[in-house]
Design a protein around this ligand. Structure first.
Ligand SMILES: Cc1cc2nc3c(=O)[nH]c(=O)nc-3n(C[C@H](O)[C@H](O)[C@H](O)COP(=O)(O)O)c2cc1C
Length: 323
């Protein structure tokens, strides 16, 4: 299948694996790229330029296909060494960066100078238009369904994607709620050039996380996610668990007086406990509503091949037959 995204990124299938904290390690990124999609290493999980450089080298040893690095720009007191991380990306020969969070404008000149394609993750059309105007090559449009940070506008993909298609001229991928060939065909029909998946890729053989995480997603339905940190205007969609219930109780009790310090035990430093140790009640971790559509744990290649085969058969048979 050929779309503006496959052409832009030099990949076979229009399927991207979004950056995921403590999930997007070399094993998963390489597996997705080897399957013909675009795998992405999560830069901030590595934290330092030296560790990111080593992870890029590890990924390069596992695939000769293109892969990317996610750089999430967070409002935080102790800023990561973004210039150093970008240097590691450049020196590692990575040609695609997925940016997320704050406006990436200040980092675009150096990325462009090294011929690196930038895909910015946006949860609204106005942010997507901003990304286009500052020179991003593509955007990933994340609907309200998505795992992680859906923003504060709460617009689901059935509205957000056609709005994005009406306004944008650069290519974009549909992100949030994507699981299978039906998602891909729907995304294409709504005007997107491909899909970006997070939660679905966690439940694969290669995802380098504790088995408990995969089983928790398999057991979850579409009703089992919660939105946390809304009072802080830093909304995150997470899988419900006792840690999340403690957090929501604090939010209810403290209302608008709540500060990050109040909920830090349930959100700070939680990812390694969940993803590596499988301590599933440690606190809040991102998960999309699409958990309800995840029924198995295939290899990444089986998953990608299945999505493409299903999409092609929907287009060639189901859609053709309704004409
Ligand atoms: C466990 C997890 C961790 C994530 N971490 C990040 C991150 O560090 N940076 C980022 O830009 N997006 C992050 N995301 C968002 C994904 O890249 C992607 O946009 C999102 O998962 C798409 O929605 P879906 O889960 O419905 O597929 C994360 C998502 C999950 C599920």
């Amino acid at each position: 299948m050929k779309t503006r995204i496959t052409e832009l990124l030099g990949i076979e299938h229009p399927i991207i694996q979004g950056g995921m904290h403590h999930v997007g390690l070399a094993e998963l990124a390489a597996a997705v790229s080897n399957a013909g999609g675009l795998g992405i290493i999560t830069g901030l999980t590595q934290g330092t330029p030296e560790k990111l450089a080593a992870e890029i080298a590890r990924c390069r040893a596992m695939t000769d296909k293109p892969f990317g690095v996610n750089l999430t720009f967070l409002p935080s007191l102790t800023q990561p060494d973004y210039p150093g991380l970008i240097q590691a990306i450049i020196e590692g020969g990575v040609k695609v960066v997925e940016t997320a969070g704050n406006n990436p404008a200040q980092w675009l000149p150096i990325l462009k100078e090294h011929n690196i394609k930038v895909i910015h993750k946006c949860t609204s059309v106005r942010h997507a238009l901003k990304a286009q105007s500052i020179g991003c090559d593509a955007v990933s449009v994340d609907g309200f369904e998505c795992g992680g940070h859906p923003g504060e506008d709460d617009v689901p993909n059935f509205i957000l994607l056609p709005l994005a298609a009406d306004e944008l001229s650069i290519p974009f991928v549909a992100s949030g709620g994507m699981a299978d060939g039906r998602s891909l065909v729907a995304a294409l029909a709504l005007g997107a050039d491909g899909i970006n998946m997070g939660t679905r890729f966690i439940v694969t053989e290669e995802a380098p996380v504790h088995e408990n995480v995969k089983q928790a997603i398999l057991a979850a339905s579409e009703l089992d996610t919660r939105l946390v940190m809304r009072p802080l205007r830093n909304t995150e969609r997470v899988l419900n668990n006792p840690g999340v219930e403690r957090l929501l109780a604090k939010e209810a009790a403290l209302g608008n007086t709540i500060k990050f310090e109040d909920i830090a035990p349930e959100v700070a430093g939680v990812y390694p406990k969940i993803m590596q140790n499988g301590d599933m009640d440690a606190g809040a971790w991102s998960c999309g509503m699409v958990a309800g559509l995840i029924y198995d744990k295939p290899s990444v290649k089986t998953l990608v091949d299945r999505i493409m085969a299903e999409a092609e058969s929907i287009i060639a048979e189901r859609l053709k037959n309704v004409l």
